[in-house]
Design a protein around this ligand. Structure first.
Ligand SMILES: [Zn+2]
Length: 316
């Protein structure tokens, strides 16, 4: 792990500390706690990443230039490799999903499909589609009938025969392979190098290819409730996510905030769509620190969360 002095998005050194949080060793009983995501990750952090059971302090920082909120110290590439190797070895994610099976995957896949169709103006047919970080391929359910679908994911899942697993990272994908549509859902909040991955994803698009990115609106409440420091390490706002695109000279077609279906329920998410050669916002568009502060405190989002609770209670 490494303490950084510059914003991972815009390289500014104008960083402000929001708060500090100390994490303690969760105990040795990993077998009885496999479905507890925070327990497993803290167990991996202390035993395999820092290899020391002394309580460890993390700082939650905000960049005063682009408004990006992030955890410091940051995981490094070798830490990520250890983290996913151990999660795979324990089988903890699969165990958790076995105990609490997702039940809204069709709604989730259909919603993503509708948004893609709305962007391209028709249903995608004969396209090459990649889901980067796509787990068992559930986001691709609505695409598989008329398109060739591929997956890249660190974890090994059982995937349907009409989806091809290309490897753990984009390095495993042949350089010449390009995609008409790339989905990247609930991934950017985990990445140690969001700029590098965004550039790599855009480089993998065909000339008019479309990139669909969905992630939690981390700047609203989530950054104050971090159960473990090795799962979500980035807490984006609309402003900081726009700045990320700007830093990578990528045009955004749209960026919005709304309730999105997750594995079990809806959650407040950011969705950004970029399309090569077609755009609404030029790459010079970027958000600011003040935009993030406003979004962190936006009272309308509390109303959205209440609305979401009512929907859940009514099982809608
Ligand atoms: Zn920044």
């Amino acid at each position: 792990m490494k303490i950084i002095q510059k914003c991972p998005i815009c390289n500014s050194v104008q960083l402000r500390e929001l708060y500090r949080k100390t994490y303690v060793y969760p105990g040795d009983n990993i077998e009885s706690n496999l479905i507890n995501g925070n327990f497993v990750r803290l167990y991996i952090l202390f035993n395999y990443i820092i290899q020391n059971r002394t309580p460890v302090q993390f700082t939650i920082m905000i960049c005063k230039n682009c408004g990006f909120i992030f955890l410091n110290p940051r995981l490094e590439a070798q830490d990520i490799e250890v983290k996913y190797r151990m999660i795979n070895q324990f089988g903890s994610v699969r165990e958790r999903l076995k105990k609490h099976p997702p039940f809204n995957l069709d709604k989730r896949a259909a919603a993503i499909y509708r948004r893609i169709c709305a962007q391209i103006g028709s249903e995608p047919i004969g396209c090459k589609i990649l889901d980067f970080g796509g787990a068992s391929g559930y986001n691709l359910r609505s695409f598989v009938h008329h398109n060739k679908c591929y997956l890249v994911d660190y974890e090994k899942w059982e995937i349907p025969p009409d989806i091809e697993h290309l490897g753990c990272t984009l390095n495993n994908v042949p350089q010449e392979m390009k995609f008409d549509i790339i989905l990247c859902c609930q991934v950017f909040e985990h990445l140690i190098d969001p700029r590098g991955i965004l550039r790599e994803l855009v480089a993998r698009l065909t000339t008019s290819g479309l990139l669909y990115i969905e992630l939690p609106l981390g700047c609203f409440r989530e950054f104050k409730h971090i159960g473990n420091p090795i799962t979500h390490i980035n807490f984006f706002s609309s402003a900081s996510f726009s700045s990320l695109f700007s830093e990578c000279s990528v045009n955004i077609k749209s960026i919005d905030v709304g309730l999105r279906w997750m594995l079990h329920n809806r959650a407040l998410c950011l969705t950004a769509i970029a399309q090569k050669n077609r755009h609404s916002f030029p790459p010079t568009y970027r958000g600011s620190y003040k935009d993030t502060l406003r979004q962190m405190r936006n009272p309308l989002y509390y109303l959205v969360l209440i609305y979401n609770r009512i929907l859940r209670a009514l099982r809608i």
